[in-house]
Design a protein around this ligand. Structure first.
Ligand SMILES: [Fe+2]
Ligand SMILES: [Fe+2]
Length: 360
């Protein structure tokens, strides 16, 4: 397991460093995806016509059209000088976030261009609009530090991973919903403790995460319109993606302890709160959820973090001993992932009412 922790990696001081980080391919770094566009084109939304049209009308209304703008002077006034380690972790956070946002933008835009199915094309047009706003808004904050990302260059040079359409649905649905849960948890915390809001970008998170919530709703409808994706052997994939998304977030957050502590959040508490919210939401589509309260499950996640840290130490050490340490930690990490995968899950029936409100 490869990690880019703020403590062991070279500090981010130039736009080249930012680009390197954004292009990093590791188990926990955001990727760019492509898929089978013809299969996307065949997706039939007619079984849920009324819900689908209601959702598209919400996008059409575009309640966030005026949200992603800044009063430059007021914004800059609120940017604080941070201790160096926290500053680095915050930059890591911005880079991971812009890469994820832009990854969505690139994928949705590609689907939009390749399909003729009007339902999918319309949806992808709205999703591209939203994700491009999100990515550009983060880029403003990177530019404040002289570290803006050349997004066109990133698109041209970052590796792309192929995912079957059903994997795209599971993975993007989950990343939209967990994205909502993360942003709303941060927003609520800083709403209660404004003194801990060390950067003005967090003020934007509430209306921002409602976009992500709605994006997730779209993928929920797409999956519910094709019920075979949510039963039988496909549930093994659902289980895999749930664990992959949860474990990635857990390990990544634990490489940035200062960032969470600065907001008054312990990484464990924050992550388990985010899991609770995400699990509650995902009952709209998935008839199973991970038992994140189980002590055995939690011990497994903690072991993944330890493996990731051990791997990073081995990498920093180099040489034969370093490589052996890396291999050992990778092996234990993989075995732990399998144990977590086999941990019993909770089962529930799918609700008749599919849509959920962003009520957190
Ligand atoms: Fe987004
Ligand atoms: Fe999104």
């Amino acid at each position: 397991m490869n990690t880019a922790t703020a403590t062991t990696a070279t500090p981010i001081e130039s736009r080249e460093h930012v680009m390197q980080r954004a292009k990093t391919e590791s188990l926990i770094s955001p990727r760019f995806y492509t898929t089978d566009f013809a299969a996307m084109d065949r997706m039939d939304m007619s079984p849920l016509r009324a819900e689908w049209e209601a959702m598209l009308a919400e996008y059409e209304g575009d309640n966030n059209h005026d949200h992603f703008t800044r009063d430059e002077e007021a914004f800059r006034r609120e940017i604080r000088q941070l201790p160096p380690e926290l500053h680095q972790e915050f930059l890591e956070f911005l880079i991971t976030s812009i890469t994820s946002e832009y990854s969505g933008c690139v994928l949705y835009n590609e689907i939009r261009k390749q399909v003729t199915n009007p339902d999918i094309k319309r949806l992808m047009t709205y999703l591209t609009r939203d994700e491009s706003r999100h990515a550009n808004f983060i880029n403003h904050s990177l530019r404040d530090f002289g570290l803006g990302v050349d997004l066109a260059n990133l698109k041209a040079t970052k590796a792309t991973t192929y995912f079957k359409p059903k994997y795209i649905l599971y993975a993007t649905y989950l990343s939209e919903k967990i994205g909502y849960a993360r942003y709303i948890t941060i927003f609520r915390q800083l709403e209660r403790h404004p003194d801990k809001r060390f950067h003005p970008i967090f003020k934007w998170f509430e209306r921002w995460c409602n976009d992500e919530f709605r994006h997730g709703e779209s993928f929920a409808l797409m999956m519910r319109a094709q019920p075979h994706l949510l039963r039988g052997a496909n549930l093994l994939w659902v289980r895999f993606f749930l664990l992959a998304v949860y474990a990635t977030m857990f390990v990544r957050d634990h490489t940035r302890p200062m960032l969470h502590q600065a907001m008054g959040l312990e990484p464990d508490d924050f992550d388990y709160r985010v899991f609770d919210i995400t699990t509650e939401i995902t009952k709209q589509v998935f008839p199973l959820s991970l038992d994140t309260d189980s002590p055995r499950f939690r011990a497994g996640l903690a072991r993944l973090v330890a493996c990731s840290e051990g791997f990073a130490r081995g990498k920093a050490r180099g040489g034969l001993m370093g490589r052996l340490a890396q291999a050992g930690h990778a092996l234990v990490g993989a075995a732990t992932f399998v144990q977590l995968y086999l941990h019993p899950v909770k089962r529930h029936a799918l609700p008749a009412q599919i849509r959920v409100a962003p009520a957190w």
